[in-house]
Each structure stands twice: as C-alpha cells, then as structure tokens.
Write a protein that binds this ligand. Structure first.
Ligand code: MLT
Length: 300
C-alpha cells in the first residue's frame, strides 16, 4: 500500500486516479511515500525518511525545497501548463478591469448614499472621475514566455493590442506556440519603456526576485499599468507603491495582498486566485497524480 500525504486540498478528480486498494490518501498520515501539495510552504518541514516523491499541483515550485529534496533522492513533479488557461483569463480580467477602473468605480458606486436624485448627480461626477482607456493599439509587454506568457500574449492580440514579449530563454516549443504577430524584445528595459500594460510571467528564482525594482520602474511610462499574476516577490512592493504615489506608474494589479498594498486606491490585490478555477484545479491534480503514480509504480 502506497501512502500519500496531502498538504492542501487536491481536486478529487485527480485523487480518484489513485486506486484505493493500492493507495491510502490522507491529510494526516505517517511514513508517506509521496506528498501532494498546492501552496503549503514546505521549506521549514522535516522530510520524512520514507518520502520518494513530491507533486506540486501547480506550475511554480518556490514553496518546495527542491534542492534539499533532490539531495535526499526525492523526486519533485509539478504541473506546468495545466492551469495556464485559468491564469490567462485572470490576467485578461485584470487588464480589462484596470483599463476601465472597474474595481474603483464599483467600490465608489456601491457606497453611494442619498436619494436617487442625489445618487444620479454623483453618478455624473463619477463618470468623469473613472474615465478609462481602450486596448486596441496599446502595447502589452509580456515578461516571460512560458505556457502562461504565451497564452496571454496570443490572447491580447485578439483584443487588438500590440504585444511585445521578452524571454531570453524561450523554448523552441513555446516559440512555435507564440503568434508571429507578437514582437520579441531583446532587452527588458526596452520592453518596459514601450509598455502601456506590463504583465509578468516568470517563475520566482534568485534571478527574478525583485526583477521589477525601483531602477526598472524609472523606465516605465507614467500611464503604464503593471500586472503581476506570477509571484509577489518578483516585484519590489515598496518601489511600486512609491512609483504610484509619485505618478510614475498608473496602477498595480496583482494576485498577492499585503499590508503594504492594503487600501491603496490604485492597487488591486486579489487573494492568489489566478489558478483557482475548477478546471485548472482538476487539470493540475490529474497531471501531478499521474506523474506520482507512474514514478511510484514504475520508477519513471
Ligand atoms: C502555480 O504556481 O501554478 C499557482 O501558484 C497555482 C496555485 O494557485 O496553487
């Protein structure tokens, strides 16, 4: 009997791929052969000596001590691309919502008080306050052309945007998937200087931690909107909030709330919802469970 420890809720559609006569799956279990995890931070965790594999039901592996596990002979699997459509849709929502100031306008409209006549007067004032921008002809810069970045870039073309991508390590497979209409920048600062919207799609690595910092923000257009559905740490939050307050960028739309960002009118911070669709949760769970099963049963 293989023992699988789940550190987060993993879609039952994936768990059902583990035959119950061969697998015991539980959120509390001694001597696990494998761990299934979503966002739980495993860095502080002691590695059970029986552990052979870890499966992350998502793309990023920054919550997993990959080096420590590899040294101990534990295999690590993830689910690249399995939630890419969900994240793409969240980014497109962020793009549209920020272009039209939807969140700020909704918040203001929601709290209107007075008679209907007074409310209508205030509506007229708000129409002026929340004037937005249209997307056709505007430039979207996409930093990182992995499975999510490529999908975001291709989808933005359909909105009439000019799209410029940047990824010095784009794979041949991704390059084929990228529309020929997506321009490619050879230099990040050059990309930043052109972008009306900038969307980040790089993994969190030492090289990408603080990638968008104070210095880089100086190259961004003052009307630019920055979208981060990748990882919080890729952006220096202090620098972004300062840049917004100094009028050096227009808005920050991200998937990571924090005290620094709280209450800021030009910031939209969602609770890490990018990959949270039923479809993506199922796809990730199935992909990672199949890999764990193949590894435990056949050693591949
Ligand atoms: C990912 O790395 O793909 C996401 O963080 C998945 C998730 O939200 O769990």
């Amino acid at each position: 009997m293989y023992k699988i420890l789940t550190l987060n809720n993993i879609s039952i559609v994936g768990l059902d791929r583990l035959p119950r006569d061969k697998y015991e799956v539980a959120s509390e279990i001694q001597h696990p052969d494998a761990i299934l995890v979503r966002s739980h931070n495993m860095h502080e965790m002691a590695i059970p000596p029986t552990l052979k594999a870890v499966g992350r039901a998502g793309a990023g592996v920054n919550n997993i001590p990959v080096a420590r596990l590899s040294e101990g002979g534990v295999a690590v699997f993830n689910a690249p691309g399995a939630n890419a459509n969900a994240v793409k849709e969240a980014v497109l929502a962020g793009l549209l919502v920020s272009a039209r100031n939807i969140c700020q306008a909704w918040e203001a409209a929601r709290t209107l008080t007075g008679t209907d006549k007074e409310i209508h007067r205030e509506v007229e004032a708000q129409k002026k306050r929340f004037v937005g921008v249209e997307l056709p002809g505007r430039t979207l810069g996409v930093v990182g052309l992995g499975s999510i970045g490529v999908q975001v870039a291709n989808a933005a073309l359909a909105l009439g945007m000019r799209v410029v991508g940047y990824d010095p390590q784009i794979t041949v497979q991704r390059a084929w998937a990228l529309s020929a209409q997506v321009e490619q920048a050879t230099n990040l600062d050059h990309l930043l200087s052109q972008a009306d919207f900038l969307s980040l799609h790089v993994p969190l690595l030492e090289a990408t931690r603080g990638l968008i910092n104070r210095e880089r923000l100086r190259n961004i257009k003052p009307e630019a909107r920055l979208l981060n559905f990748a990882r919080a740490e890729i952006v220096d939050e202090d620098a972004v909030v300062d840049a917004i307050e100094e009028g050096k960028i227009a808005a920050y739309i991200c998937d990571f709330p924090s005290n620094r960002l709280k209450g800021h009118p030009q910031v939209i911070a969602l609770p890490h919802l990018g990959a949270s669709t039923y479809e993506a949760e199922e796809n990730c769970a199935v992909m990672v469970v199949e890999q764990i099963r193949e590894f435990l049963e056949n050693g591949n």
